[in-house]
Design a protein around this ligand. Sequence first.
Ligand SMILES: *[C@@H]1O[C@H](CO)[C@@H](O)[C@H](O)[C@H]1NC(C)=O
Length: 316
Amino acid sequence: MLALAYWQIAFCWLVLPELIMSDSVAAPADCEAPPARLRHMKDGRTFAFDASANAWRLVSEAASESGEPEVQLALPWSQFHAAFDGDFKIAGTPLNLGGDGSRRHQDQQQHGDTGSSIWDGAIALAKVLESNPWLVQGREVLELGAGRGLAGLSAALLGAKRTILTDLPYCLEALEEASNLTRPGGGYPGPVEIAALDWANPTHFLDSRPDFHFEVILAADVVWLIELVELLASALRALAVRRPAAEVLVVHQTRASSVEVAFLQAMDDQRFELVWELRGGSAEPVPALGVAWDKDFIPDSRINLWCFRLREAPDA
Ligand SMILES: *[C@@H]1O[C@H](CO)[C@@H](O)[C@H](O)[C@H]1NC(C)=O
């Protein structure tokens, strides 16, 4: 059964891109929405799927602003089709994340607007938190690269003691809107705040919130460009050094396997230990802890959830 599933995934990834010559070819029944070989973006750019790297590469930059030869990655397909206009609930409360009320279709993705997209990893993480609420309940939670706030608002709905959703300034208004629209009848169980946190300067955030004793850091699908790997790992290090007991929950969707390898290496270099992990495609709980994917939201094998903690004990 498992072997068959892997075979199907391998078929989707490796074989189909070689066969499909345009994005209008229909999917064979066995595979969910396989990647088409070419993607034509609204802005005129064209991406081709590179099966050897599991990545989309820019092949024609008709409308590129910089004129730089660039490699961009996009989602091959999405697995969950949740709508964030009241349909998707956490702890009984509908999440209304504003914007267009749903995820951006991959044909409409544009470089630089990833902050407004909601990916499968964030959905799967929100559902893991819902089925294992002790991960966040009664704890202070910091979300990095919150985007539209799905993971952090879910933590808040599940009883986090205090939640701060952070991202770059351009995302903050949308985050505040999502937090306002989702607000349950009686208000969130604990305070929810929105703040800027630039991974290149986490100290600025830390110094502005000296009373914030975060115990959990959430990062949902925020590393998909190799350029961001070191920056994220060093930001996490700077944050965790202030709160060495904090657990760092990272959900990651592999678009290029090199990014995943580089991120795990960067976390190791920053002296993080991988405490536990949930691997996509498996319903098995983490031994002893019992954490598992929500049975209705088990992501495919591209998505993993990792829990890290700083290796060394805090200075006495
Ligand atoms: C969110 O709600 C607060 C309080 O009602 C309001 O001041 C603020 O303008 C709202 N923000 C957005 C982006 O809707």
